[in-house]
Design a protein around this ligand. Structure first.
Ligand code: PHB
Length: 390
């Protein structure tokens, strides 16, 4: 009897331990994953940008794990096929209503951000823009933050620099869409305030462009420099190729730009014609810091000698920001709590320290002046001056 009682007790104890183990597993499993919709471009005119963005996102999760505050992150990637508002609206609507995402991120082109911000705002889905770089996008909704830059700030910065550095007459060429308007207005404002003269301004179609036609017109006007903005990647490479084919540099015409035309990845395709181009931008793979060395080492380990540039880093930093915000809320995805957690967030990025400005939800970050130079046989953007955030 005694024996039976005792063994019964032992069995009950074991069962209780087993139950708690099972319950433990069950309660962990019961925490739903955080579903995050990623709108990117893996086909179409911005596919090189979107591909690197996705690699940056995946690299962050590979290094830091995909669980925050006990909740697994479930990323749902969608291909927007380019800067096409209708496709973007359909995909974001599906991500919100069918896939029930709690956050949104990605957004290579401004047109996809502009088209979908009303949807994500209505549904109160916190949205972290990884690229879309026109000024003012974050002002359109309290649920939008951004980890890229604004084309306008870069253009204004290089406009100042050009006026102070012996460039008197400039011809501006920009893509005919929001970031181009931003670049054109900001460059002209700062360049002319600094005493420069703009002798021609032309807007070029966004895609499928023969840049030679426009660059020939610029060349005919004999400016000291061309200020150019076209989207990074394929467009930027084509623009530089036409600049070289028409021998503007040989005619004594310089190129000043925002950095989108001479991204680190593009330099490999452009080759020597990029030498000497001056730009203002927030990230160069040649940036000297421990954080950048670690970022590039991790990238090489994961992706070998694939191309890496600002898009990779912005994808990486977006995941750093999202996971830090979720850690701050303890895994709660209440939209107002997530936005409060993103506001003021500071990260030690490979580009330098960054802060999500609590008022604007855009980044406070350093802008670097860079010149394309050859180091160890490779073309790189060497930083030679900087403007730190106030
Ligand atoms: C944009 O559409 O906002 C955009 C895309 C590529 C760039 C810059 C801006 O390089």
């Amino acid at each position: 009897m005694t024996m039976t009682k005792r063994s019964g007790g032992i069995l009950r104890g074991a069962a209780a331990v087993l139950m708690s183990v099972v319950l433990g597993i069950e309660s962990a499993a019961a925490a739903d994953p955080v579903r995050i919709g990623v709108l990117s471009s893996t086909t179409g005119p911005f596919s090189d940008l979107g591909t690197r963005m996705n690699e940056g996102i995946r690299l962050y999760l590979k290094l830091h794990g995909d669980t925050v505050a006990g909740r697994k992150l479930e990323l749902i990637f969608r291909d927007d096929t380019g800067p096409f508002p209708d496709v973007a609206r359909r995909l974001v609507q599906e991500l919100i209503t069918r896939d029930k995402v709690e956050l949104l991120t990605g957004f290579v082109g401004t047109p996809v951000a502009l088209a979908t911000i009303p949807l994500s705002t209505e549904a109160k889905k916190p949205t972290v823009l990884i690229q879309a770089a026109t000024s003012g996008l974050t002002e359109k909704s309290p649920y939008v933050a951004r980890v890229s830059f604004t084309v306008g700030r870069m253009a204004a910065t290089i406009g100042n620099w050009a006026a102070k550095n012996g460039i008197g007459r400039v011809y501006t060429l920009v893509s005919d869409y929001a970031p181009g308007f931003d670049a054109e207005a900001s460059f002209i404002r700062n360049f002319t305030e600094g005493g420069g003269k703009v002798i021609g301004s032309v807007r070029m179609p966004l895609t499928n462009v023969d840049y030679a036609v426009y660059l020939q017109r610029a060349k005919n006007e004999k400016p000291d420099a061309v200020f150019g903005f076209v989207p990074a990647g394929r467009a930027g490479i084509a623009f530089m190729k036409a600049f070289d084919d028409l021998a503007l540099a040989k005619a004594g015409i310089r190129l000043v730009t925002t950095g989108d035309i001479v991204t680190d990845a593009a330099l490999e395709s452009i080759g020597d014609p990029a030498l000497g181009v001056i730009s203002a931008f927030h990230y160069s793979t040649a940036h000297e810091s421990a954080e950048n060395a670690a970022f590039l080492k991790a990238f090489r380990e994961a992706y070998g000698d694939a191309q890496v540039d600002f898009m990779t880093l912005q994808g990486y930093d977006a995941m750093a920001a999202i996971t830090a915000a979720l850690a701050r809320t303890g895994g709660d995805t209440d939209p107002d709590r997530i936005m409060a957690a993103l506001s003021g967030l500071k990260l030690a990025s490979a580009r330098g320290p960054i802060t999500i400005n609590p008022q604007t939800r855009d980044l406070d970050q350093t802008v670097y002046f860079r010149r394309v130079e050859k180091r160890n046989g490779r073309l790189v953007n060497i930083e030679f001056d900087r403007i730190d955030p106030k």
